[in-house]
Design a binder for this molecule. Structure first.
Ligand SMILES: Cc1cc2nc3c(=O)[nH]c(=O)nc-3n(C[C@H](O)[C@H](O)[C@H](O)COP(=O)(O)OP(=O)(O)OC[C@H]3O[C@@H](n4cnc5c(N)ncnc54)[C@H](O)[C@@H]3O)c2cc1C
Length: 505
């Protein structure tokens, strides 16, 4: 342990958006922070990678509220603002096209245009949808008054809420029922049209990995409100631009990031955290450790079973997981594809469940917004669909199985670019094993499958003094804005209310 390390206040395990936001914000508060990342690239699910002149996103590509518009309700943008970092973004609308077997629906950020497109298919359904949206938007109206950056995870949030946001709290009173409801419950009140119900299930699935009955109402209220208010946009330079901005912000405020630094163990002495041990044997000490690894990876791999109460450990490890993914990253020839749009969702079979592996395929073509991501005359594509972890192993059948399981992704792409197979100049197929390997995630999961009726995601505390968690296994859940919010809730809990006030004022 060298002198520099002995002065560390906080070690963060993992540089996903959750870990980076927590680390950078704590550095901004003046804490001495070190982030240890296992991979050679920061960003976790949001990292980008380059092959043959194409710069691919490994995960997210739907973003909202990251541009210059102020104030932004996106927690990630709130962190970037405090760090003094900004992003160049390309706004676009429609935000995507949903391709059902029967027809294709353009999805507009503007709710009137969205409803109008739906009324072409089902006028009665469009009217029902309007009432459903109104109900959720009244919740959004309350949520938007209280900025995430002012919140924390302990009791000290109460005086802040009462003194600063008392008026907004009063507005919440009529919303109490909806705050705890699932989208499914609200849908049942307002929507009988089977097609619109399916559309809402799809929107929920894209957001949380669960259908309407599993998704919490505030999540969709926020998505609808922000989509209309701020619009949808893509960061120039891809997801990497976001990761780079956070890393710059971290370093500007004195924090340090070490890549290729796999944490093997969290060190615990008498119920208190005392540091970490890296795979290379190096021990680094700090009294606070924040894990950005998933709940399963943190509790099963990084701690010893005796570090946690037995019942707590059992319950945590039993958290259900959303499946993993098949990924297809392609470089393609772009000639004749003028007018191509960037986001598509293809549902192959209306009779099958949306969540069935291979049935719902997400497509992102970011070079339509930022041509620098692909060589001249080319586009790049990332398409993915849910895939079960079970049954995947690197044996003799693996290469063939990989190709075969990527077929639903090619078939989805053919709906958008019919001659896609003739255009391919670079093909990379990823399986759940690839996902688990590069993202260092338990079973390559998208995240915990905690449905609305099971309650909220767990908060940042653990039973071990000094050990906290951030990221998509913690409150509020999965998605880039959510994990940035989890980082704020954790970081703010580790500083005084006065420090938060001083910074955000
Ligand atoms: C295919 C896909 C598409 C998505 N699309 C969107 C989208 O369009 N919009 C959106 O908002 N969200 C989207 N999401 C969700 C979003 O990307 C994630 O919820 C979010 O990025 C997760 O961030 P995180 O910080 O919680 O965890 P992660 O990104 O998983 O980061 C955890 C980090 O910890 C590191 N780590 C783990 N163990 C160790 C260890 N022992 N030592 C050191 N480091 C370790 C990992 O390497 C990783 O870098 C998508 C996700 C996927 C997979």
């Amino acid at each position: 342990m060298n002198d520099k390390n002995s002065r560390l206040d906080i070690i963060i395990i993992g540089s996903g958006i959750g870990g980076l936001c927590a680390g950078a914000l704590l550095a901004r508060y003046g804490k001495k922070v070190l982030i240890c990342e296992s991979h050679s690239l920061p960003g976790g699910a949001a990292h980008s990678f380059s092959r043959d002149g194409f710069k691919f996103d490994s995960g997210p590509s739907f973003y909202c509220g990251l541009g210059s518009q102020k104030p932004s309700l996106n927690p990630l943008k709130q962190v970037l603002d405090l760090l003094g970092e900004s992003l160049e973004v390309v706004p676009y609308d429609p935000l995507g096209h949903y391709h059902f077997p029967e027809f294709t629906l353009p999805i507009y950020s503007d709710l009137n245009a969205y409803r109008q497109a739906i009324s072409q298919i089902t006028p009665a359904g469009a009217m029902q949808l309007e009432r459903f949206e109104k109900r959720l938007l009244s919740l959004y109206d309350c949520l938007k008054d209280i900025p995430t950056i002012a919140l924390r995870s302990d009791w000290q949030v109460i005086p802040t809420l009462i003194l600063k946001y008392g008026q907004s709290l009063i507005k919440f009173l009529p919303q109490l029922q909806v705050i705890n409801a699932s989208v499914g419950q609200i849908m049942d009140q307002y929507i009988s049209d089977p097609w619109v119900r399916r559309l809402i299930d799809l929107e929920c699935f894209l957001l949380s990995g669960l259908k309407a009955e599993g998704t919490i109402a505030p999540e969709v209220a926020f998505m609808l409100g922000e989509r209309t208010r701020a619009g949808v946009e893509y960061p120039k330079g891809g997801s990497e631009a976001i990761v780079n901005a956070l890393v710059r912000g971290l370093k500007r405020w004195g924090g340090e990031l070490r890549v290729k630094s796999h944490v093997q163990k969290i060190l615990v002495e008498k119920g208190k955290v005392s540091g970490i041990k890296l795979q290379n044997g190096e021990v680094i000490r700090a009294n606070i450790v924040i894990s950005n690894a998933s709940i399963w990876d943190t509790y099963e791999k990084l701690l010893s079973p005796e570090d946690l109460p037995k019942a707590y450990l059992k319950k945590s490890l039993e958290t259900p997981a959303i499946p993993s993914f098949m990924h297809l990253h392609l470089g393609i020839k772009a000639d004749g594809l003028e007018g191509l749009t960037g986001h598509h969702v293809v549902v192959h079979d209306s009779q099958k469940d949306l969540t069935e592996p291979g049935n719902t395929c997400m497509i992102s073509i970011p070079s339509v917004w930022d041509q620098t991501l692909a060589p001249n005359g080319h586009h790049l594509i990332h398409t993915y669909t849910l895939e079960l972890w079970e049954g995947w192993e690197k044996n003799a059948d693996y290469p063939e199985k990989k190709k075969q399981r990527a077929q639903s992704l090619y078939q989805a792409l053919e709906k958008v670019i019919p001659d896609i197979r003739q255009r391919v100049v670079l093909e990379l197929i990823g399986t759940p094993l690839t996902h688990a390997h590069y993202l260092r995630r338990y079973r390559g999961t998208y995240g915990p499958a905690i449905s609305a009726e099971q309650g909220l995601f767990p908060h940042c505390y653990t039973p071990i003094t000094g050990l906290y968690r951030v990221g998509d296994s913690t409150l509020p859940g999965i998605g880039v804005p959510a994990v940035a919010a989890s980082a704020i809730l954790c970081a703010n809990t580790l500083v005084s209310a006065a420090q938060i006030s001083e910074l955000i004022n």
